[in-house]
Design a protein around this ligand. Structure first.
Ligand code: SME
Length: 174
């Protein structure tokens, strides 16, 4: 007789499976980052754990950070994936739109998105979320790209937003 297959899918694909995996990841990321205040360490850890949890669907996973010297420009931060472009002006492409509007962008077909910045032509769809600090200031965006068309939906938006709120909306001085 064949043993029962593990309940935890290796490659979560349905919205329910992804919501469950995001819930587990919130706990796992919280445990890894407990006591660590450094923002770069937090971004690098979140990128690595997300990319690993959702490989190979997450083809590029990382942060574009608001440049403190050019507040209307994003500069690349910690990421996993192929070479990303270095800077994105607010309002440009999917990341720049998320930064300028502070809204989540879910793009099923990046090639149909006006002004999309193609760092790697294999990217087919993406999700970008604003990252806010405890005071509500925009500090970065999280950008996840997939080679699969329409790879992201509300389950990803909700799961990722919850993780970002946990990890970045805290007072580093506390
Ligand atoms: N796709 C992004 C650019 C960044 S990369 O894909 C890594 C955009 O259009 O904002």
């Amino acid at each position: 007789m064949i043993a029962a297959v593990s309940a935890a899918p290796l490659r979560p694909t349905t919205p329910d499976e992804r919501a469950a995996r995001y819930g587990e990841l919130r706990e796992e990321i919280g445990a890894v980052l407990a006591g660590e205040r450094d923002r770069v360490a937090r971004m690098a850890t979140v990128a690595a754990m997300l990319a690993q949890a959702f490989a190979p669907r997450f083809f590029w996973t990382g942060f574009y950070v608001v440049d403190p010297f050019k507040p209307d420009e994003l500069v690349v931060g910690p990421y996993l994936g192929t070479l990303g472009c270095l800077r994105i002006a607010f309002g440009r492409g999917v990341c720049g739109t998320a930064a300028a509007t502070r809204t989540v962008q879910v793009v099923d077909d990046v090639h149909a998105f006006p002004d999309h910045i193609a760092c790697d032509s294999r990217s087919a769809s993406e999700i970008v979320l604003p990252v806010l600090d405890a005071a509500g200031a925009l500090i970065a965006v999280l950008d996840v790209d997939s080679t699969e068309p329409a790879a992201f939906d509300a389950a990803d938006a909700e799961g990722l937003a919850a993780i970002l709120a946990d990890v970045f909306a805290f007072d580093p001085a506390s």
